[in-house]
Ligand binder design. Structure first.
Ligand code: NAD
Length: 486
């Protein structure tokens, strides 16, 4: 580890943040955070118990009324300062994400820029929450519709985008006037802890944002979700955990947002600009080492261009540089853990057993860290597990189709519906695909769609609710209607 890495890690808080205070877990337990590129422990931090979680909720509940009563402009100014602070600390945040999660530094910088934009966007939205005033149809009274903050929120975030998944929830909640308890993933808690310091510096009052880090996610979360004082649960993570949390939330008819798994189709028609399709494929597949809910999972390519697409993409993939994300020029960092490496290997083996061919890659990398080679498999056949499951690794799997109806059928043949990518130069076909694909988001001739100004979210088992865009703040507002007779 370099001196600047040690210096940064020494500046990361190691305690829980409750009611404006950094505090140890009640029973003083701690846990280790590791660098997946080396397996080395990089920090020991507080391991919250269920009692700590409820203390954090107490603080959020106590702060709710005063926070909701602040002027929207004040909340907006705080978020704007937080945005400026994220920009000022961009290098620290980026390096921290690379150290705890493994992504190449250049991509971590990209995440800081993307994650920071939610603070700016919602600082702008905080002052634009509108209501309605009008006559009822009978002409006997006035209808007044206003928007109120839903109240204290609980956030559970995943490890793959440690900063952006936090800002995408915290920014709209604070803008709307809600207080927050956040539980980051145990694999990557440091970024949230560092970011919390910036929120404090930006002026977020005590109790408005509380952070609990823990290895007992289920035990700490369940009592918070069951508490009638909680008004909203927002979760980003896998569909199986989301399903479990929705069931818990149903007990109290708790409002939920669920940003869950994906199985994105990447459809390349025979009229596509293949250069653009290959560029899009590299981004859609290998960004974040394939560990994105929006990662292209199934490359569905017209049979007339499939071998050319496979050849061009494989050439690029074979030339990718693997290594620790801090090293110059690295494009493929480590996967998050051993299980992720094993899963990539199993999915490739299953595809090959069912008739697919490995064009490049196809092995775990020997030595320290949890690396898997960037891989292309072509000729993937129906029934292969790789077409059903999230790969969450750097494996590009190609199958073919012969006409538009078949492409649509294959693309929609999944329980997920987060994002789809379509490459065609036929405008009318592009519009038909927008209508026909069962998806919350679509990239037409582009391999990345995420943007703070756009509604992010899925249909089917990819979740409920939207983050970002004009829609994002409404996840944290409830509509109140008042009738005033004439
Ligand atoms: P995960 O579901 O294993 O964990 C997500 C979070 O839930 C973590 O904080 C974890 O500690 C916590 N958790 C796990 N079990 C829990 C329980 N029983 N009760 C309460 N909390 C619990 O997911 P992951 O491996 O961290 O992240 C990868 C998954 O997230 C993928 O499926 C990916 O597609 C999805 N994801 C979705 C989006 C989106 O916006 N749709 C974004 C990023 C990641």
């Amino acid at each position: 580890m370099t001196d600047s890495e040690s210096d940064l890690l020494a500046r990361v808080p190691t305690q829980l943040f409750i009611d404006g205070q950094w505090t140890d877990a009640a029973d003083a337990r701690t846990f280790a955070v590791r660098d997946p590129a080396t397996g080395a422990v990089i920090r020991e931090i507080a391991d919250a118990s269920p009692a700590d979680g409820l203390r954090a909720l107490d603080a959020a509940v106590a702060a709710q009324e005063a926070w909701a009563a602040t002027a929207p402009r004040e909340r907006s100014d705080i978020l704007r300062r937080a945005f400026d602070l994220v920009r000022a600390h961009a290098e620290d945040l980026a390096l921290l994400m690379t150290l705890e999660m493994g992504k190449p530094l250049a991509e971590a910088r990209g995440e800081v820029a993307y994650g920071g934009e939610f603070l700016r966007w919602f600082s702008e939205e905080a002052v634009r929450v509108a209501g309605r005033y009008g006559s009822n149809p009978e002409g006997t009274g006035r209808v007044v519709v206003s928007q109120r903050p839903v109240g204290p929120c609980f956030f559970i975030t995943p490890w793959n985008f440690p900063l952006a998944m936090a800002t995408r929830k915290i920014a709209p909640a604070l803008a709307a006037g809600c207080t927050v308890v956040i539980k980051p993933a145990e694999l990557t808690p440091l970024t949230t802890l560092f970011f919390t310091q910036l929120l404090v510096e930006a002026g977020v009052p005590a109790g408005v944002v509380n952070v609990v880090t823990t290895t007992s996610s289920g035990d700490v979360s369940a009592p918070i979700i069951a508490d009638p004082r909680l008004r909203k649960l927002s979760f980003t993570g896998s569909t199986p955990v989301g399903r479990k949390l929705m069931a818990q939330a149903a007990e109290g008819v708790l409002r939920v947002s669920m940003e869950l798994g994906g199985n994105a189709p990447f459809v390349v028609f025979d009229d596509a600009d293949l250069d653009k399709a290959v560029d899009g494929a590299m981004l859609a597949k290998f960004r974040n080492i394939g560990q994105a809910c929006t990662a292209a999972n199934r490359f569905i390519v017209h049979e007339a261009v499939a071998s050319e697409f496979s050849r061009r993409v494989s050439e690029r993939v074979a030339a990718m540089t693997i290594g620790r994300g801090t090293e110059d020029g690295v494009q493929i960092g480590p996967l998050i853990d051993d299980r992720a490496v094993a899963k990539a290997g199993e999915l490739v083996a299953d595809a090959v057993e069912r008739g697919a061919r490995v064009v490049t890659g196809g092995h775990a990398v020997e030595g320290e860290g949890t690396f898997y080679e960037p891989t292309v498999v072509e000729g993937v056949t129906a029934g292969s597990a790789i077409l059903r499951e999230e790969i969450f690794g750097p494996v590009l799997a190609i199958s073919t189709f012969s006409d538009e109806d078949e492409a649509v059928r294959l693309a929609n043949d999944t329980e997920y519906g987060l994002v789809s990518y379509v490459f065609t130069q036929d405008l009318a076909r592009g519009h038909r695909m927008i209508d026909r694909l069962e998806t919350g988001m679509m990239g037409l001739n582009v391999g990345v769609v995420s943007n703070a100004a756009a509604p992010f979210g899925g249909v089917k088992q990819s979740g409920v609710g939207r983050e970002g865009g004009l829609e994002g703040i409404h996840e944290y507002l409830s509509v109140k209607y008042t009738l005033i007779p004439n």
